[in-house]
Write a protein that binds this ligand. Structure first.
Ligand code: FAD
Ligand code: EPU
Length: 334
């Protein structure tokens, strides 16, 4: 592994923040992962940089995950078990599954980033989550210098959450993920505007391919393209609150949207809360809140990570004041 020094991370994060890493190295093969303990510390694992906010120069070593490859481990009449190296691009995997007619990933089309990051926050969109298809996650424990394979149940998956964001945060390098994909896909068109979009497309043959296309169309119309406008997708999670609290709020804000989580819990769209506080389209210097999607903080060019962090803090305070709900950041802050 070639160690470089004082490298700008500008090309490596979708917010487009220009800070430097003290050391930088690309992980191209599994043997490289074994060498990590002998390299400068602390170690920071970087995939596509689409869920991080860089607030200061990074001390220690940034390891850019470029582990590539896919192996068909097993198949039967109904399923395939596909092992995918962690540095593969997520959307390329989705397209590969679609080309093979395998179902399970189509609703997660066009999510940026790498396969190795997909279990970390259990990526989700349009009625699907990574945990629905993940069978196993293999990783190296950096300080113990040991390899482990976790089953789906070991990963502690939740909404935008897993053991890799909790107990094992910053302690492991995920090297590969095994997905169980269906040869007889059950199509999931029930979420949001998918059905409307399929109708608009005039799609008569429903397949994993048409569903993915509908999702791609909806996402492209709603979310800013990081190649054009720096962002990291949703900056906050959608808060889950007790139903009693929701009912009280509803009396004061009758238009408040919600999704039922259970008898006791309700999820409220953070975008709505943030918009109600007047932030949608806000801009201060180059740091702002997207004009069409209030959950997405944007960098118009030269915003610093600190400025975006400060803005996110102001949003938290105002949402807390108005609704007594404290939005939790989804983006990982370095
Ligand atoms: P990075 O940003 O590089 O890393 C994220 C975190 O994971 C870091 O803390 C990093 O250290 C850690 N990490 C990364 N790889 C590894 C590894 N191999 N081993 C150990 N730790 C690792 N997310 C959703 O869930 N749903 C969406 O619909 C969605 N839409 C998005 C839309 C846009 C326009 C953007 C910019 C982002 C969106 N995201 C969404 C967020 C993001 O795409 C996901 O969180 C994605 O999984 C991040 O992958 P990455 O490789 O870029 O991770
Ligand atoms: N809304 C507003 N104002 C806005 C935008 C949305 O009030 O500016 C309200 C509307 O009521 C809308 C609701 O919020 O119906 C939900 O909006 P949207 O469908 O755009 O989804 P979201 O809740 O904002 C979540 C995920 C996205 C994922 C989409 C689609 C989180 C934190 N975000 O966004 O994931 O792509 O649903 O499933 O759960 C990400 O995690 O980075 C991400 C982009």
């Amino acid at each position: 592994m070639q160690l470089q020094q004082n490298i700008s991370l500008l090309p490596y994060n979708t917010f487009g923040i220009d800070v430097r890493a003290e050391y930088f190295a690309a992980v191209e093969q599994l043997q490289d992962v074994d060498e990590i303990s002998a390299l400068p510390h602390p170690v920071h694992i970087l995939g596509g940089g689409s869920n991080i906010l860089l607030t200061a120069p990074v001390k220690g070593l940034v390891l850019h995950n470029r582990l590539k490859g896919k192996t068909l481990l097993q198949e039967n009449d109904s399923h395939v078990w596909l092992q995918v190296q962690a540095g593969e691009v997520w959307h390329s995997l989705v397209l590969y599954a679609i080309d093979n007619g395998w179902g399970g990933l189509e609703n997660l089309a066009l999510i940026p980033g790498t396969v190795g990051a997909s279990p970390i926050q259990n990526i989700g969109a349009y009625g699907a989550e990574a945990r629905d298809t993940i069978e196993q996650v293999t990783f190296r424990h950096l300080s113990e210098k040991t390899m482990h394979t976790f089953s789906n149940a070991d990963c502690g998956f939740g909404y935008r959450d897993s053991i890799f964001k909790g107990e094992l945060k910053d302690k492991v390098f995920i090297t590969s993920v095994v997905f169980k994909l269906s040869k007889h896909p059950v199509l999931n068109t029930g979420y949001g505007a998918i059905e409307q979009e399929l109708e608009r497309m005039g799609a008569t043959d429903l397949s994993v391919k048409t569903i993915a296309q509908a999702v791609i169309n909806i996402r492209s119309s709603k979310l800013p393209d990081p190649a054009v406008l720096g962002n990291a997708g949703s900056f906050f999670k959608n808060p889950t609150i007790p139903r009693v609290q929701y009912e009280k709020l509803l009396a004061a804000f009758p238009a408040m949207p919600h999704y039922s989580v259970s008898n006791e819990l309700v999820k409220v769209p953070a975008a709505w809360l943030i918009e109600q506080c007047g932030w949608k389209g806000y801009r201060n210097g180059d740091a702002g809140v997207h004009k069409n999607q209030a959950l997405v903080l944007v960098n118009y060019g030269a915003a610093t990570g600190e400025e975006l962090w400060r803005l996110s803090g102001e949003i938290v305070v105002s949402v807390k004041e108005k609704f007594n709900i404290e939005p939790e950041r989804e983006v990982q802050v370095w």
